[in-house]
Design a protein around this ligand. Sequence first.
Ligand SMILES: NC(=O)c1ccc[n+]([C@@H]2O[C@H](COP(=O)([O-])OP(=O)(O)OC[C@H]3O[C@@H](n4cnc5c(N)ncnc54)[C@H](O)[C@@H]3O)[C@@H](O)[C@H]2O)c1
Length: 317
Amino acid sequence: MFFRNKAAVVTGGAGFIGSHLVDRLLEEGAEKVTVLDNFVGGSRKNLEHLENDGRLKVVEGDIRNQETVKELIQNADFVFNEAASKLVVSLKDPRTDVMTNVVGTFNVLEAARDSDARIVHASTGSVFGSSEQPMPENHAKNPSTIYGISKLAGEKYCMHFAKEFGLKVSVLRYFHVYGPRQDYSGEAGVVSIFLSRVLNKKPPVIFSGGNQIRCFTYVADDVDATLLLAKEKKAIGEDYNVASKARVSINELAGMAIDKYAEDKSMKPIYGKARSGENMKPIPDTAKIEALGFKAKLSFEKGLELTKKWVAEQEGK
Ligand SMILES: NC(=O)c1ccc[n+]([C@@H]2O[C@H](COP(=O)([O-])OP(=O)(O)OC[C@H]3O[C@@H](n4cnc5c(N)ncnc54)[C@H](O)[C@@H]3O)[C@@H](O)[C@H]2O)c1
């Protein structure tokens, strides 16, 4: 009950990871949880089960708006900065990406300078680029996408504000998160996309060859890691990678989805073209967060089953 009597703000709290974080904060006794979301990616449905919980306040607003952010953050004990413009958006609309991921993050940090809030900022493995070896936190950062660049800038601002202004902020880099509530209507969320296709008797579509490796991490494990950093004083001013030990290629994922869940087991994936900026082996070294006590709890098989159950519900299967 670490969050008892505490007020938390979750930007992007109607999104995939943010909404699971909101659940956990309330479970862990938070007195007030305020969600700031403009619903460009998230959904009210992700929070509808909390409709009658008076501790939750949902503010439809924009992280790019300095005043909105300032007003919400001034009395917060904890801020979880989950709002972001996605990788796929950055390909079509780079300006929205920069304004959300850089200026939005800057707004959060600037607002928190006038408060005593503890901040955990969500970043991404996309800041690194690819490597043959697992990448520790101090590995060279060579992002290959506009999204990776803007997320790296956000991280840099966090570390700068911690060092120069004593802000109590930690950076947490997620890698390939999957699970219930991940939007699979677009091009992101490959686990749910493949599951929904297979359940609808359509073959998975594989881009860039399918040999790219993903260390899929179930959303509850990433929420664990996020809360761990919020609780841990040692994590202030530090950056962390977080991922499970799963190493699954996209070809293997397609095979698993077909073997486990397709009615027609002879179904074959379709191969599409290569995608720009695709990282083939974005594998992190996670020793630093493990030294704080993090351990991913769920096996990929179990997580896949839970995700399939959710996708099947969405699809009326
Ligand atoms: N899902 C992954 O695999 C993954 C991997 C690495 C990093 N991340 C990071 O984790 C965080 C959460 O990602 P997610 O997967 O839950 O994505 P998501 O799109 O489901 O959630 C992001 C939320 O931010 C909101 N948002 C976007 N622009 C906004 C704005 N201008 N103002 C207010 N709200 C805005 C969206 O509506 C959405 O609800 C992001 O920072 C993302 O970069 C995710």
